[in-house]
Design a protein around this ligand. Sequence first.
Ligand SMILES: Cc1cc2nc3c(=O)[nH]c(=O)nc-3n(C[C@H](O)[C@H](O)[C@H](O)COP(=O)(O)OP(=O)(O)OC[C@H]3O[C@@H](n4cnc5c(N)ncnc54)[C@H](O)[C@@H]3O)c2cc1C
Length: 301
Amino acid sequence: MKGREEEAPLDCIVIGAGPGGLQAAIHLARYNFKVLLFHHPGGRTWHARRIENYLGLQEIAGPALLETGLAQAARFGVAVERGKVERVTRRDGLFEVRIGGSSRSSRFVIAASGARESLAPIKNIERFFGVSYFTCLICDGYRTTGKKLLVTDCTVAGIRTSLGMKQLYTDDVTFLAHGFAPPPEYAALLADEGIPWIEGRPEALVGDKDLSGVLLSDGRTIDCEAVMGWGGIALNDDYLSDLPLQRDANDFKFRTHGSSESSIPGLFVLGALRRGHSQAIISAGQGAEAAIEISSRLVDL
Ligand SMILES: Cc1cc2nc3c(=O)[nH]c(=O)nc-3n(C[C@H](O)[C@H](O)[C@H](O)COP(=O)(O)OP(=O)(O)OC[C@H]3O[C@@H](n4cnc5c(N)ncnc54)[C@H](O)[C@@H]3O)c2cc1C
């Protein structure tokens, strides 16, 4: 029996079964290319409890969107293997993708492994994350419409968020400056917009089913029905560290051009790994675009 290393190279290996990777795999499989999708459960879509801004789906939970996508990919012959890719290298014009002690080679790779949240260390945050504690204005700002909202951040970025939330969603916004006092020009901006601010450290989210407030480390409780916070993201990119990929000016996201192609020809990088807005439908669009570009290189259309 042949070892996996000796198997014929695949046309494309897709890493990550979020909307980006699944859409790419579905498009590639519908050209009858040989596609292998590595699926390590979890990811940001998995944590999205209610997606309402994906065309054609009135409302869908992130896990349901992914389960449907996996079934759709299987229907067109995508080979799906569960596991976490450990390493991608390039040799003799092929990519080698290492996982669980063996490796597979392919002519193209689509890295669609997304990012993970670094949530602020606030007690009960997991219970309310995505329900009434939010980190993304585009995803969840709408859910705060008309609510008593607390925006919290440890930088002035939160002040800009506060102003935006007031313009778009609710008149009742308070800014909690986490461990800093806003500089005078920003404090003046908040005053002009009628947004009160408090300096303090959030310790716990309070409430049983519904959020009722945020307990600060000094014992005060700020009443609110929703919180917009920000803890940052870390990219799921460890497996790319052997490749000399160019990153952006902040040395964070990967540089791409054209249809999400990275600085290494044949390696496409989607979703949160590249610059741009992070949304399920955007990742899916990037996946489709990368797949179509790959198809045009695999055959002369
Ligand atoms: C709470 C929350 C709510 C959101 N709400 C919305 C919303 O309402 N609408 C919207 O459009 N967007 C929403 N988003 C954003 C949306 O989830 C992301 O934009 C979307 O996940 C991007 O899709 P993706 O395919 O690029 O990445 P992901 O969905 O993160 O998928 C990446 C996949 O790759 C896997 N993976 C990671 N590392 C590896 C590895 N080494 N090997 C194999 N697999 C790996 C991950 O486990 C994951 O399954 C929300 C995000 C969060 C966190």
